[in-house]
Design a protein around this ligand. Structure first.
Ligand SMILES: Cc1ncc(COP(=O)(O)O)c(CNc2cccc(C(=O)O)c2)c1O
Length: 460
């Protein structure tokens, strides 16, 4: 058993050998990474023994909370029995069969089939190929353009990063987006709504999609892809009128509707899936994260019956991964989803802890001078750091203020995420009402310090 190295040793070796994702390595290595060693419920511990409230459930994924020994026991048993076999050549195994059956049970009506991947990005890339294959089998191969949203996030693969609307990801060494990917503006009322009511703006934002479809030509548009709530874009919650209107437009022009449920799926909004929270009906939806609560990498594409039937008609669908439906990941995901269902965790988010968080979140943050658009649903919430709350004036140099705020929270052992100047939170779904109170009391203290810091730096 490896002797536990000191924090200093771990940092030095990490700096010498580990390239971190989405990181300026030089900058990170000047300060050293924080070494996380343990998790339990909503808490993490670092190598210095500090207890941390994880207001982000890792990366929006540890829905069931840390430290579930039942999941690690399932993993060990499966690994001892069958650590790996593939599902390529007319083979399957009990773990992936049980998971597939369970997912068909928890999925909304019309979704009987899942395709497995190892991540959200792979789920999105799989969806892109499925959508294009669907139209090819239907004899409309030219219908291949997918439309996403600016500031949407769909992963880091070439397809996912192209479909995403993070412009900086298109520039950074990727020469993205790939051909056949277009974007429309996001349904962000607070920043783009002007004098419109949210309801008016939701319809206007949906019309941007109709305009884009007509600009490209309906006979060339394959699908529209969106997160029910844009997560990494800053928890952008669309007005109530947006998604039903998007669905109407997609039906009008025979465009497939795809929900990217990688963050919103598996109870995050209080519903099993985010599209159920906003009342629309996708043809396909992509998942990962909460599927296994991050205990092992696994993703799943839920394929609507209409699309599955067309794929079946097309014979071989030449796509898939070595670890598609990996036995250990499938077994852990099955145990995780069963627990989310059988322990009433999602039900509690919908009826107890979600409403409680949303009430307390608004009470705590609405009183701060430089906080606007306090928002959230279920256990995904945010607020926007603003220069002038009355006029909705944002800070210049988007992101600079967000990082100041995030670092104050981190110094106080509370993990929240700065997406630009949006401060966001998505804790494990097992968070209790008392833990919500504790988290928000600490957050309020951090915000007092943050607003003092703004004044001390003459940023307001
Ligand atoms: C909606 C959505 N779709 C696809 C992906 C890609 O999933 P993978 O990372 O498993 O390939 C995501 C992932 N979302 C994600 C991943 C990493 C960091 C953050 C952040 O907000 O800091 C968000 C996501 O949020």
């Amino acid at each position: 058993m490896q002797k536990q190295r000191s924090t200093r040793e771990l940092r030095e070796l990490d700096a010498a050998h580990h390239l971190h994702p989405f990181t300026d390595t030089t900058s990170l290595n000047q300060q050293g990474a924080r070494v996380i060693t343990k998790g339990e419920g909503i808490y993490l511990w670092d190598s210095e023994g500090n207890k941390i409230i994880d207001g982000m459930a890792g990366l929006w994924c540890v829905n069931i909370g840390y430290g579930r020994k039942d999941l690690s026991e399932v993993a060990k048993r499966q690994m001892d029995d069958l650590a790996y076999y593939n599902t390529f050549f007319k083979t399957t195994h009990p773990a992936v069969v049980e998971l597939s059956h369970l997912l068909a049970e928890v999925a909304p009506a019309g979704f009987s089939h899942v395709f497995y991947t190892n991540s959200g990005s792979e789920s999105v890339d799989t969806m892109i190929r499925m959508v294009r294959r669907y139209w090819e089998v239907k004899g409309q191969k030219q219908k291949k353009t997918l439309i996403g949203r600016w500031n949407g996030y769909h992963g880091s693969t070439i397809g996912g990063a192209s479909l995403g609307g993070m412009a900086y990801m298109h520039q950074d060494g990727g020469d993205l987006p790939i051909p056949g990917i277009e974007h429309v503006q996001q349904p962000w009322w607070y920043g783009l709504g002007g004098d419109m009511t949210p309801e008016e703006f939701g319809l206007a934002a949906a019309k941007w999609l109709e305009d884009k479809i007509l600009e490209i030509g309906p006979d060339k548009v394959a699908a529209f892809v969106g997160e029910p709530i844009q997560g990494a874009g800053g928890v952008i919650i669309p007005p109530s009128t947006y998604w039903p209107e998007v669905e109407r437009i997609c039906h009008k022009y025979d465009v497939l509707l795809v929900a990217d449920e990688v963050i919103c799926g598996f109870g995050r909004t209080g519903e099993w899936f985010g599209h159920q929270c906003f009342g629309f009906h996708p043809d396909i939806f992509t998942t990962a994260k909460g599927l296994s609560s991050g205990y092992l990498p696994i993703g799943a594409v839920f394929v609507g019956d209409k699309v599955a039937a067309m794929l079946a008609e097309g014979g071989d669908f030449n796509h898939g991964f070595t670890y598609s439906g990996h036995p250990v990941a499938a077994a852990v995901a099955c145990a995780n989803v069963r627990a989310l269902r059988d322990e009433g965790i999602i039900e509690r988010v919908k009826h107890e802890t979600g409403p409680y968080m949303q009430q307390r979140w608004r009470e705590v943050f609405s009183r701060f001078e430089h906080v606007g658009d306090v928002r959230g649903v279920g256990l995904i919430q945010a607020f926007t750091l603003v220069k002038n709350k009355a006029t909705r004036e944002l800070f210049p140099n988007t992101g600079e203020i967000g990082l100041i705020c995030r670092d104050i929270f981190f110094r106080h052992d509370l993990i929240m995420r700065a997406c630009g100047d949006h401060m966001v939170s998505a804790p494990p779904l097992v968070i209790s009402k008392q833990e919500i109170d504790d988290m928000l009391a600490l957050a309020a203290q951090c915000m007092e310090e943050f607003e003092a810091e703004l004044k001390a730096r003459n940023l307001v």
